[in-house]
Design a protein around this ligand. Structure first.
Ligand code: ZN
Length: 78
């Protein structure tokens, strides 16, 4: 997956519409690419701001699930 691929999937990613097999590739790319990690992080923050103003219907547990699944893949197991 390239950065362009990642960015094209970003909205689907936040909508939870990325299929499981592709989600693995997306998460793998985030682990490898600092740039996209930052993009994802800032997008998450932006969505949270919208969410605080109730302009964006975002499932409350999605951010937590995203975060834990990313951390699971990125943090080396002891
Ligand atoms: Zn990238």
């Amino acid at each position: 997956m390239t950065c362009t691929d990642f960015l094209s999937k970003l909205t689907d990613y936040f909508d939870g519409r990325v299929p499981a097999d592709l989600l693995v590739e997306v998460e793998a790319h985030i682990c490898q690419c600092k740039h996209c990690e930052v993009v994802l992080d800032s997008t998450t923050k932006t969505i949270n701001i919208y969410r605080d103003h109730e302009l964006y219907d975002f499932p409350p547990d999605l951010r937590t699930r995203l975060h834990s699944s990313i951390m699971e893949r990125c943090v080396p197991h002891k």
